[in-house]
Design a protein around this ligand. Sequence first.
Ligand code: GLU
Length: 424
Amino acid sequence: MGYIEPAPIKDLENPFESMMSRFHIAAQHLGLDDEVYNVLKSPARQVIVSLPITMDDGSIQVFEGYRVIHSTILGPSKGGVRYDMGVNIDEVKALAAWMTWKCAVVDIPYGGAKGGIKCNPRAMSAGEIERLTRSYTESMVDVFGPDRDIPAPDMGTGPREMAWMMDAYSRSKGMTVNAVVTGKPIVLGGSLGRTEATGRGVMVSALAAMEKLKINPYKATFAVQGFGNVGSFAALLLAERGGTIVSVSDISGAYYNEKGINIQEAIEFRNLNNGTLEGFLGAEKIDGNDLLTLEVDVLIPAAKEDVITAENANNIKARLIVEGANGPTSSKADKIINDKGIMVAPDILANAGGVTVSYFEWVQNRLGYKWTAERVNRRSDRIMKDAFDVVYKTSLQYDVPMRIAAYIVAIDKVAKTYKFRGGY
Ligand code: GLU
């Protein structure tokens, strides 16, 4: 393969390059031909819009919005929309590609996309966020569609924003189209189990990996970075299965309790405290960065990308890392982690429970039918466990770490589908 040399990665803090370096290694193992390599590395479509919004004080502020469709080879593209000041085109491109691989790993019939708006939702009123969300949706009316591209929540967005997106899209079409977006409130056709789905999938992946490593959940300690939708549910569900969560963190800092934090109490505290753990008395406050290097069995980074880097990877003491966030480990840290013998349940596998239940939501909307929570959970648990087993088997077969194995499974599937579909 002519593209192997020179090593393509220079700037490892760039998430797209970070994603590409793993893609590159997996492609080499698969012996992927140059043509398919080039198709899969390039996003199919990138849309950037400028969104002028009237703020509550009467001023007009211009926001930048993005939607990147990485691939529609397996089906309509799928992926969340992120509201964060760190949003930029390279990040959205990487996140879109990760969605392609994620959907392929769990074998659901979607391609990958991601959207984002560079903004700080914490500093905006509900009315300002609503106007921004509607304006973004309106400018994406020709991009989105239940058979074309289906947004969902991500960092900084949730059911409230999805309801506005569904409404804005539906108004533009003159009819209710609830399958255009997932992660909606239940009354609007949201699925039972969707809110907890990503955290639940993290729990299933963690237990599957712990079984391989012979770590008994009742004796295991966990540190969870991020106490949002992913981290808090992962922590809660693992605690319910006997795990001791010794540390959790959010934007206010990290919290440590050697005997285990009462996660239910921490969630209730956060819900009544503006969404943060600031002032939580059930644990001692420690430096946010120290959480990653605590003496625990399992580390769950569930906040954002590039938190495990070449600088701190050497100090990690956990035996298992389960990636609740997208891209929490920089590609430069991969080698250090592997050399230390730490097992990683990678993002595109471990956090795929969210998009899996998004798929169930879309299926229910299209059927005009509602599943019970029990049915949703049972089916998503099975998909997550099966995906883990396939990736684990692939890692043994190719003698590669779990992350590369997950990419091999995903790229192989997308490449084979591409070959069958053919091109011009
Ligand atoms: N934003 C979530 C993710 O990164 C969910 C995407 C979806 O449900 O479409 O996986």
